[in-house]
Design a protein around this ligand. Sequence first.
Ligand code: 1GP
Length: 248
Amino acid sequence: MNVLELIKTRKDSGKKTLALLIDPDKYREEDFLQLKNLACFEAVDILLVGGSLIVGAYFSQTVQSLKLHCPGLPLVIFPGSNMHLDASADGILFLSLISGRNPDLLIGQHVVVAPILKKSQLEILPTGYMLIEGGKQTTVSYISNTTPIPADKPEIAACTAMAGEMLGLQMIYADAGSGAQVPITSKMVQFIRRAIQVPLWIGGGIRTPQKALELYKAGADVLVLGNIGEENRVTLEAILAQKKKLVE
Ligand code: 1GP
């Protein structure tokens, strides 16, 4: 089953999906192996690798290490630019930054990388990426040179997602950005959910089991956890354990 089918099948049967985002700059194999051996790790459905700015040269090494240790788990690239590619992954979020008005990230980089992706075996996941204001300027906002959608304007987020779906994008990912002070509100998630049928990804600043549950209940199909995995392993385990128990 490919990644999109997996997410849609889970969505259709009322199951929520959890994606763990691994930053190649912070990946430590021994730490990951400890996490992988915990019972709650079963709650992870997708491994995402990437970020808007990758400083080190460990992108491919990280993808290959994760694939080696988790051969059965879909591994999806979350690219910050068209340089973030590795053929060992299963798929790539082919992101169009629809909340912004930077043509390079709406279509420009896609044109450059399209022939390379065409020759690869990677599953292409056309995804409308919406950056939502999350309390402070994030790396992705700075690097992408785009203004996030204001956190208290759920109708803008809903209309943007609607337009993305109408353009044929297969998923919508609303992101407050890595390390956001404030995650996306449940109200905004509800607005977006009512506006679209395609799977909805939500991420950025999710740091408690309560918030994760709230966002799932508001209509998120996929939650992305990034920083919490690096900053607070105990909380990450609590969120995973809760997702395993309450949502499955
Ligand atoms: C960022 O949505 C992801 O693009 C994850 O954010 O690192 O804040 O969990 P965090």
